[in-house]
Design a protein around this ligand. Structure first.
Ligand SMILES: [Zn+2]
Length: 169
């Protein structure tokens, strides 16, 4: 079965991934620079720089791969935010309990109970923040896979330049 461009019905189409890679060429260059600076002492400096330049055809630029954001970064950000939020939450509860005890004159809570409550809140904070981070990782990992699949199924018409998607069965 042959695929055609949905816009001009041309069979002269190419996969975006192929077009993109074949249109890139890398060149290396060496440059020498001399610089002068003002000020009371003045100065003259020279430098040699080796640079890489990437030449890309228009067609290649049109079929550039989509930007993928790292799921690790999203997971880490979520983890830190949830950690701060849940610590503040338990901190507020702690202050609330202290204020209530103080106003009702019920006296102090035994140290052993305070320790247990503190330990429990630490466990909840850890479990909650890691669970959130895992959820964030899964969500972005899935999104990235969908984006890459869409790019993998993307074609460009070499006749009219139309970019379209052919979903593989
Ligand atoms: Zn076309």
């Amino acid at each position: 079965m042959s695929y055609t461009c949905p816009s001009c019905k041309s069979e002269n189409i190419q996969k975006s991934t192929m077009t993109h890679v074949s249109g890139i060429s890398k060149t290396k260059g060496v440059g020498i620079g001399v610089g002068m600076s003002g000020g009371p002492l003045g100065g003259l400096g020279a430098g040699i720089g080796v640079g890489k330049a990437t030449n890309q055809t228009m067609l290649s630029q049109m079929t550039t791969a989509p930007k993928i954001s790292s799921p690790i970064v999203h997971a880490l950000t979520t983890w830190i935010l949830l950690l701060i939020a849940s610590i503040l939450f338990f901190f507020a509860i702690g202050i609330g309990i202290a204020v209530v005890l103080d106003s009702t004159n019920m006296g102090e809570i035994p140290v052993s109970i305070v320790r247990v409550l503190f330990g429990l809140s630490v466990i909840i904070v850890i479990v909650f923040s890691f669970w959130g981070a895992y959820k964030a990782y899964r969500k972005h990992d899935l999104k990235n896979k969908e984006t890459m699949t869409a790019y993998d199924e993307q074609y460009i018409c070499l006749r009219c330049g139309n970019v379209f998607r052919i979903t593989q069965p």
